[in-house]
Design a protein around this ligand. Structure first.
Ligand SMILES: CC(C)(COP(=O)(O)OP(=O)(O)OC[C@H]1O[C@@H](n2cnc3c(N)ncnc32)[C@H](O)[C@@H]1OP(=O)(O)O)[C@@H](O)C(=O)NCCC(=O)NCCS
Length: 315
């Protein structure tokens, strides 16, 4: 059985905030932020914009692209670390909005690696017969967890939701998830934390430690998944990496001795959207005609937990 990505969608809040906008209230500058991160804008959710409203748009776009009707969806997983509710889950909230009558729905938190964890979970459930068609959402309303007076964290993140539709198929020409490696090391978790405690819910980060973790781990996990799937680097069309920071991606490309052109980036316009970053970049690439049927992509994520992972996908 093949499990292929058959549709993508994404939704960004309406309000875009530039580095220059931030520098009006914060001791920072466009030059500092852009040179250290590659980020110029982030989208910030307004009071009416939630995971559910953005998720509805992303899901509808992905289902339209896939040609899938709501009744066909049997599984919805929402990867998010910033769910607004204890219950209902974000997956159930989106389910209700898009009119999926009956499905297995739940949320999963693996921070910035959440999309890859959800992709692997959905794949396993589909291979075991739970659903033939699944919707995966990855998204965050991170702005609610940022201290807007802390220049070392608030400039880095943004809000967004991305979605993909997966379909199980026996067609030998269908796309597939060829292999995935996931991992976590909770003993390093203290370098990137955010709590649900209302008195202390801001994101805290040791930027340099996270930076060092990412530039070491991302190439390692990619090499591991390439070996596991017997994929040569020449076969990889694109490396679609979590969009935390352009310098992390530059460093990973250099370590892997792969040309930077194979590493698409959009964090300049979105900042780090955690679990949303891979699906919204995939959506942009699919809609921009950058990916063709049969292309091999490596998806790789890393972040809070610490968690990380990589998948090889045939489009
Ligand atoms: C956050 C990051 C950009 C900081 O860059 P850095 O070069 O390590 O900067 P430092 O933290 O050493 O800070 C250097 C100086 O810049 C200052 N600074 C921090 N944020 C600033 C900002 N937004 N604007 C201006 N100055 C800033 C610091 O206060 C410090 O000043 P000091 O030397 O007077 O104390 C970098 O560590 C990074 O990209 N880390 C990875 C973060 C990440 O991607 N996390 C998410 C993973 S999912």
């Amino acid at each position: 059985m093949h499990i292929s990505i058959v549709g993508t969608g994404s939704a960004l809040p309406q309000k875009a905030v530039s580095n220059d906008d931030l520098s009006r209230t914060l001791d920072t500058s466009d030059a500092w932020i852009y040179s250290r991160t590659g980020i110029r804008y982030r989208h910030i959710a307004g009071p009416e914009e939630t995971f559910a409203t953005l998720g509805e748009k992303a899901a509808r776009d992905a289902m339209t692209a896939a040609g899938v009707r709501p009744e066909e969806v049997g599984l919805i997983i929402a990867a998010t670390a910033t769910a607004g509710n204890v219950t209902p889950s974000s997956a159930c909230l989106v389910q209700a909005r898009i009119g999926v009558p009956r499905a297995v729905c739940f949320d999963l938190n693996a921070a910035c690696s959440g999309f890859l964890y959800a992709l692997r979970t959905a794949e396993a459930l589909m291979r075991s017969g739970v659903a033939g068609t699944a919707l995966i959402l990855g998204g965050e309303i991170l702005s609610h967890f940022l201290d807007w007076n802390d220049r070392s964290t608030c400039v880095l993140f943004g809000d967004a939701v991305g979605a993909v539709v997966l379909r199980a198929s026996e067609d030998p020409d269908a796309g597939d998830i060829l292999g995935t490696v996931l991992a976590a090391d909770g003993s390093q978790g203290a370098c990137l934390t955010g709590r649900s405690d209302p008195d202390n819910h801001y994101l805290h980060m040791d930027g340099q430690q996270v930076f060092r973790f990412a530039v070491r781990t991302v190439p390692e996990v990619i090499e591991e998944v390439l070996r596991q799937t017997k994929t040569e680097k020449e076969q990889v069309r694109y490396y679609v990496l979590h969009q935390a920071n352009a310098r992390i991606i530059d460093a990973a490309a250099r370590r892997m001795q792969e040309p930077l052109e194979k590493f698409p980036m959009n964090m300049e316009r979105t900042a780090n959207t955690s679990a949303a970053s891979i699906p919204i970049l995939l959506d942009e690439m699919a809609r921009g005609g950058k990916i063709s049927r049969g292309d091999r992509l490596v998806l790789a994520g890393f972040g809070g937990g610490l968690t990380w992972g990589a998948s090889v996908v045939r489009w």
